[in-house]
Design a protein around this ligand. Structure first.
Ligand SMILES: [Zn+2]
Length: 387
C-alpha cells in the first residue's frame, strides 16, 4: 500500500461521524477493506442497533494469539464553528491531518487495520493468530470490549490508544462512576413537617462519603492515589417546595491496590446505614465500572514494544501508567495470565478542537505494528518451547 492510500483510509474514517454511536458504519467500511482476502475471517458482534463491534482474524489459528484493539467511536466535536479545520473533513495542512478522532483514535485504528491488510497483501506467513478487535462505545464505558470479552475474544492485547509512540502504557487506573438518588416527599415549605427533604438526605451521603474515601491512602508508585470527585448534583423543583428528588454523580479513579469490590462494599454499607435513619431513601447505581490494570513492566510484550518503538522511531520509549481507563481493563477480565499494553500514534489534542495527527507519526505507527506482531509471535513461540 502506498503512503497516499494509507492516508486516504484514515481520511475516510474521519469522514464517518461515529460520535458515541454509528460504529457500524466504521465496521462496514473496515470489513470492506478485508473483503478481497478470503483467508480473513470477518465477524460483526452486535452491541446495539447501529453499534457493531468488528472482529477480523488472520494468520495461523494453531499458534499463539495476539489481539490488536482500537475503538471506532469518537467524542462529540462540540462547537463546530470553533474548529479551523472542519471536524469531519480530514484536511491535511503542513503534514498534519485534522479531524475528530485524528488522535483518539482513528489513526491508531487505521494503523492496526493497515498492518493486517499489508500482511495479507504481501502474503506474510504469521506464526500465530492475529485478531483485530474494533470496539464500540469506548469513550463512554468500554461496553464494546465488554461484549467481546463476554463472547470470548480476549487474548494478549496491544491497543492503539494515543499514548504517543514514545510511551508504552502497561498499567491503568480503573473507573467507578456512581449515582445516588435521594427520594423524599414534597410539601409546601411552610409545612416541612409534612414532607421529607430529599436534598437534606442526599447531603448526609455527600458529607459522609468524602471522609470515607479519604481513608484509602495507599498510593500506586506509577498511578498515584485513589481519586473521588462528586461532579454533578441536582435536586428540588422550586424555592417554596420541600424537594422530593435530589441526585448526585461521582467519578472515581481506582488503583490496583483497591479492587473495585472494596469500594462497592464501602459505598453500599454507607447507603444501608443512612437508609436506617427515618425518612432517608437513597439508591445507589453504577455505570460501566472498570477495574484498574496492574500490569507488569517486565512482561515480554511490554519490553518488546519498547524495544521495537525505540528501533523503528529512533527515540527513547517510556514505560508508563495511564490515568484513564481503556478497553484493556475489559479484556483483562477474561484471563489471569494476560498482558495488555497501549501504544499508538497521537497528539495532545485528543477530545479538543482542531484535533490532529502528524502524518509521519501515523505512518511510523504502521511500521511499528508491522514489526511488533511477528516479533511477538517469535518470542512467545520461543518461551513456550522452553517450558
Ligand atoms: Zn480513546
Amino acid at each position: 500500500m502506498t503512503p497516499q492510500q494509507k492516508i486516504e483510509i484514515l481520511q475516510t474514517l474521519i469522514h464517518i461521524k461515529s460520535v458515541n454511536a454509528h460504529e457500524t458504519d466504521v465496521a462496514d467500511y473496515l470489513a470492506s477493506l478485508f473483503a478481497p482476502y478470503p483467508q480473513a475471517q470477518i465477524e460483526k458482534v452486535p452491541f446495539a442497533p447501529g453499534r457493531d463491534n468488528l472482529v477480523v482474524t488472520i494468520g495461523n489459528p494453531a499458534g499463539p494469539q495476539l489481539g490488536l484493539s482500537g475503538h471506532m467511536d469518537v467524542v462529540a466535536a462540540g462547537d463546530e464553528t470553533a474548529w479551523t479545520h472542519p471536524p469531519f473533513g480530514g484536511e491535511i495542512v503542513d503534514g498534519r491531518l485534522f479531524g475528530r478522532g485524528a488522535s483518539d483514535m482513528k489513526s491508531g485504528l487505521a494503523a492496526i487495520v493497515i498492518t493486517m491488510l499489508e500482511f495479507l497483501e504481501q502474503g506474510t506467513s504469521l506464526a500465530g493468530s492475529l485478531r483485530l478487535l474494533a470496539t464500540v462505545g469506548e469513550e463512554t464505558g468500554e461496553y464494546g470490549a465488554a461484549t467481546l470479552t463476554d463472547a470470548g475474544y480476549a487474548d494478549h492485547l496491544a491497543g492503539a490508544e494515543p499514548s504517543g509512540l514514545d510511551q508504552v502504557v502497561y498499567t491503568a487506573r480503573g473507573v467507578i462512576d456512581y449515582k445516588v438518588v435521594s427520594t423524599g416527599v414534597a410539601s409546601h415549605s411552610a409545612q416541612p413537617e409534612n414532607g421529607v427533604n430529599a436534598i437534606d438526605n442526599l447531603m448526609k451521603f455527600y458529607n459522609a462519603v468524602g471522609p470515607l474515601m479519604a481513608k484509602y491512602t495507599k498510593t500506586d508508585p506509577v498511578l498515584g492515589g485513589l481519586l473521588h470527585n462528586v461532579d454533578l448534583i441536582s435536586g428540588g423543583e422550586q424555592v417554596n417546595s420541600i424537594p422530593a428528588h435530589a441526585e448526585l454523580m461521582a467519578n472515581m479513579r481506582t488503583i490496583p491496590a483497591y479492587p473495585n469490590q472494596i469500594i462497592y462494599d464501602e459505598l453500599e454499607a454507607l447507603i444501608d446505614r443512612l437508609n436506617q435513619e427515618p425518612g432517608v431513601q437513597l439508591e445507589l447505581s453504577y455505570s460501566y465500572p472498570e477495574e484498574a490494570i496492574l500490569g507488569d513492566p517486565q512482561a515480554p510484550l511490554v519490553r518488546l514494544a519498547k524495544q521495537i518503538s525505540d528501533d523503528v522511531c529512533q527515540h527513547e520509549t517510556q514505560i508508563v501508567g495511564s490515568g484513564g481507563a481503556n478497553d484493556g481493563a475489559e479484556f483483562l477480565r477474561a484471563k489471569a495470565d494476560f498482558t495488555s499494553i497501549e501504544i499508538g500514534p497521537g497528539s495532545d489534542t485528543s477530545h479538543q478542537v482542531d484535533e490532529y495527527i502528524e502524518l509521519d507519526d501515523y505512518l511510523q505507527a504502521i511500521a511499528f505494528y508491522e514489526t511488533l506482531v511477528p516479533a511477538f509471535f517469535a518470542q512467545i513461540g520461543q518461551s513456550s518451547k522452553r517450558q
